[in-house]
Design a protein. Sequence first.
Lengths: 224, 218
Amino acid sequence: MSFLRDALLVAGKDLRIERRSRVALQQIVPFGGVVVLLFAFALDSDRTLLHQAAPGLFWAAVLLAVVLAVGRSFAIEEANRARDGLRLSGLDGGSIFLGKAAAVAVELFLLEVIVGAAVVVLYDVSVRGVVVLLCAAVAATVGLAATGTVYGVLAGGLRARETLVPLLVLPAVTPVMLGATRSFQAALDGVPGDAWPWVQLLAAFAVLAVAAGTVAFGPLLEEA
Amino acid sequence: MLGRFPALAGANLEVETGEVVLLSGPNGAGKTTLLRLCAGLLALRAGEAEVLGVNLAVEPRRVRRAVALVGHETFCYDDLTVAENIRFVARSTGRRAADADDALERVGLQRVAHTAHGRLSQGQRRRLSLANALVRKPRLLLLDEPHAGLDEHGRAVLADIVRSTPAEGGTVILASHELDLARRLATREVRIVAGQVHAATAAAPTAAPVVAEVEARA
């Protein structure tokens, strides 16, 4: 229980900082909005193509959000050497990982709701297969947040952190992007049965990423 | 080792319970490195370090839970208030919110408890660092240039904390360039030059248990 309590403590701290500073949301939401809006204008004459592209555009916006949210999550630990404070606290590395990944996941969920609403309105998408869409979104978001957090701590102590995070994270989350896009496509096309295998892949990736992160985060925090 | 350069080559130091040890020496001598080593934030490449009876190489987390370090930085979050920062320290080290409030009162920061850390003055930040250290109720208090940025009242608070720590069963190691002030607090001075420890004032032999024992080899 203390492990989960410590994770909640770290997640609460990160979310409180984000709520107060709004740095990540002020960077992420405008970008997501612009991407959705620009493609709506560019492909307006071809509604079929717009429908087909909607899942990919949605997850592309989320992908950028991952990079920004993870970068921000570790930037706050570098200021005033707060990372050393975390290490001195004696908190278990696994609980710090879970807390930081949970905070990133919550931020991503919020963005997905906002960008998802914009996609529905601007692209005239009728939402079908709500259950499979939700399952895919949850599994993909957990996988993205966990993977991003592992690579975030790896690059956290380096001066080239902002360049390194996208270089490390983007290739690692390619399977998630693929699975999330395909499952959303299948669900929106009205064939949720085709989406479930992708959701299973996303869930497996999320479980692996969380397990690996829980084990690896402590040593990475020490070495970075 | 810092990078490829040995920061504490041949350093050998033993500190007993209840001592207030002053580390003096020129810039870059290795004082901060020694304090960070005792806090469990750095690992020895060669040699041995035992703090509070625990081998640092084997159980650094156990050491970290029992020590407190007031360093050049506050280890705090700019967007959290003073109260939120110290309560985070309290909860993450298994202390109560009331302990955090007591520590804030002791360093005289209750008035700015709801001010963001990023808006604090240098002296207020230093006091918050002291409060963060106090709330941990450390058995070994490590202070790196603790007088920097403190006004007269802040220095009096610091002196009170340093003097009361041995009475409460703790030990203090402080590094300072403000030697007049620091010597008034210390029971022993240890001079560090180029990573080598030179005992300027010998410790009186006592039966007190050893708190920290560091032997760094090149």
